[in-house]
Design a binder for this molecule. Sequence first.
Ligand SMILES: NC(=O)c1ccc[n+]([C@@H]2O[C@H](COP(=O)([O-])OP(=O)(O)OC[C@H]3O[C@@H](n4cnc5c(N)ncnc54)[C@H](O)[C@@H]3O)[C@@H](O)[C@H]2O)c1
Length: 372
Amino acid sequence: MKVGVTKEASERERRVALVPDSVRSLTDREGVEVLIESGAGDAAGFPDSAYSDAGATVTSHDDAAGADVLLAVSRPSGEEIGGMKSGQVLIAHLDPWTSTETNNALAGAGVTAFAMEAIPRTTRAQAMDSLSSQAAAAGYAATLLAARESGRFWGMLTTAAGTIRPAKVLVLGAGVAGLQAIATAKRLGAIVTGFDIRRAAWEQIASLGGRPLELDFIPDAEGEGGYARPLTDEENEQVREAIGENAAGQDVVITTAAIPGRPAPLLITAKAVEGMAPGSVIVDLAAETGGNCEVTEPGETVVVNGVEVIGPLDLPAELPGHASQLYSKNLENLLDLMVGEDGSLEIDFGDDILDAACITRDGEIRGERTAR
Ligand SMILES: NC(=O)c1ccc[n+]([C@@H]2O[C@H](COP(=O)([O-])OP(=O)(O)OC[C@H]3O[C@@H](n4cnc5c(N)ncnc54)[C@H](O)[C@@H]3O)[C@@H](O)[C@H]2O)c1
């Protein structure tokens, strides 16, 4: 079996799907060959020589793109999909629930496509869960971005020129990204408050040294599969009001709230932004799905009343080395389910992980949610 990795299609993407350590593990297996497009790992800090030393063949784009199994970080372009062979396997983040065009193109080209977003979030699949590994990178990168932009020390500082009080940071949404943001802000010395509508998250916030904002007038909103359920309009209104009041006393707000398959919930209104002190910073991790803050512009920084509101896109790509390392391990674990003893490709669609993750096969779109 040949496994291929090409340079990512998007200019902004600095991650690479396989790092040399994973290449070594794969090529140690009988019958597995790895083809890497020259320069594919450069932006993540992995030169061609590291791949050759690990046992890969460093080659042209077309050669790598023609492998039996093509691995990528993000969705390939239409042109790339057009160049794929029928029966070829693709594994990547494919935005399967919002990118109808990509789904149709993959099905049309006869590609057997696995979307990393569609891997079930079960205990057995945890080691393949790139939503978690990349959310952790996003939460960390968002906090460093907020720290840099805030223009202040985050920890307390006692100096001959006076004492600096610690920064106050509010993190909204305490899933994987939010908890990582809380942990990172604490390590920098800030006073951290965290909020989530799932009560189970309150204990997790406290375990990281954060103070949970316990809005207990809202019933626990934990829904199917441990995810949050959408709040009612009235509940949303109450939450926004309480958050607006709290945000007014914070130096930094990092927002990460999401409901799977829906636009991001609005948590910080324009009025709440105006209520914050000039010089405060908001980093909105939900910018890509509509934003948790009313004034967020995806991919832009806007300043309202002296408050800087940043809507970053592709935050995991800000940590290309480690984000690639974790993603590569997720892929290695997923590939383990597909490689036979002799190194040939053996996909058992009776396996619940492979069945759920496969979104196109034999010209058909698979899975109710993807089809919808
Ligand atoms: N393999 C696994 O078992 C596994 C892996 C990852 C996550 N999970 C679970 O999934 C859940 C969420 O994980 P995620 O980080 O992917 O979630 P996510 O990225 O979908 O959402 C981020 C957070 O936003 C919160 N949120 C939604 N609406 C909100 C609102 N109006 N106000 C404040 N917060 C709001 C959610 O509760 C969630 O914690 C957690 O329970 C986590 O333990 C399980």
